[in-house]
Design a protein around this ligand. Structure first.
Ligand SMILES: C[S@@+](CC[C@H](N)C(=O)[O-])C[C@H]1O[C@@H](n2cnc3c(N)ncnc32)[C@H](O)[C@@H]1O
Length: 296
């Protein structure tokens, strides 16, 4: 927590946060003093919940959050008590689960993959599978001297593994289970439950922000880009991929104009990265991804 606190901010105001109650495992982070009317955010099982309305979020996703913590052995009586304290009095939201967006094979490389048929078709599919792994290429877009890297929306962590090498990594996702799953791929890693559109990162706190296949899921992608840009140190790098280009049009000129709005310069634009997902013995899914790199 000592290392994390200087990097994070209130998702609503970007004010600094201090621990006003409890400890780095089960506690409350807040803007200002404990007696202030500042915004409060719980820390559950060592993970700060820095979403704009943490109480409403946890009321809606309490079961999913508790299940993810329990799977990691991070639930104590204090965790449950704190969670209840935070959601106490919050009404009107039905419980919602998270639909995890990953395949069994992305979590465990030994899980059954696609059963490639014999013959010429099979050989073509085998080639496609070999080419459909874009993660090394994406990680290579992050400069080698970028030591502090934020990955937003890591999912099961297929990219995390390549980003992690020799770097200090901060993972941000709105799914706690995704954070824990991706964190298995890294050693020097910190976790933060947060929303991309209200990225709770301190200004000029990181060398790179990477978000693979997240921007197309966002209702307000410009809010994400603005927060990501402000979190970058001067010269820092933003790396995005998407199978569904948005909010820019498909061409680099449109991406260039859009990034200029948030003070970034477009540095690279590639449109032919293949991303192949093996869903099981009888199903594969193939995307053509765009890779966009911008610099502050
Ligand atoms: C399609 S998955 C991509 C996972 C991984 N980057 C990959 O390419 O395989 C999207 C990830 O972003 C997270 N996510 C979706 N919307 C988000 C938001 N608004 N804020 C933070 N994370 C979000 C999801 O929980 C999930 O982990």
């Amino acid at each position: 927590m000592e290392r994390l606190l200087p990097l994070v901010r209130c998702p609503l105001t970007l004010d600094p946060l201090v621990l006003v109650e409890g400890d780095a495992t089960e506690g409350i982070l807040a803007t200002g003093d404990a007696d202030d009317d500042g915004h409060e955010y719980p820390v559950l099982g060592g993970v700060p919940v820095l979403v704009p309305d943490a109480a409403a979020f946890l009321a809606r996703h309490r079961d999913a959050v508790l299940a993810a913590l329990a799977e990691e052995g991070r639930v104590s009586k204090a965790t449950v008590a704190l969670l209840h304290e935070v959601v106490d009095g919050v009404r009107g939201d039905d419980y919602q689960a998270f639909a995890e967006d990953w395949t069994a094979r992305e979590v465990d490389v030994d899980a059954p993959g696609f059963e490639v048929p014999e013959g010429a078709e099979g050989r073509a599919i085998r080639d496609l599978i070999a080419q459909g792994d874009p993660w090394r290429r994406i990680a290579a877009a992050v400069p080698a001297d970028a030591k502090d890297v934020v990955e937003v929306g890591p999912g099961a962590g297929p990219l995390t593994t390549h980003l992690a090498r020799g770097r200090r990594l901060l993972l941000v996702d709105r799914s706690l289970r995704a954070l824990f799953t991706a964190a298995r791929h890294a050693t020097d890693v910190q976790l933060l439950l947060g929303e991309a559109e209200a990225l709770p990162l301190a200004p000029e706190s990181t060398d790179a922000v990477v978000a693979a296949n997240v921007i197309d899921l966002l209702g307000d992608p410009m809010a994400f880009l603005a927060r990501a840009a402000s979190a970058l140190r001067p010269g820092g790098t933003l790396v995005l991929t998407t199978p569904d280009p948005w909010p820019w049009e498909e061409d680099p000129e449109s991406a260039e104009a859009l990034f200029a709005h948030v003070g970034l310069t477009l540095e690279a634009f590639e449109d032919d990265l293949l991303w192949l997902r093996e869903h099981g013995p009888r199903e594969i899914q193939l995307y053509r991804m765009q890779l966009v790199v911008a610099r502050r």
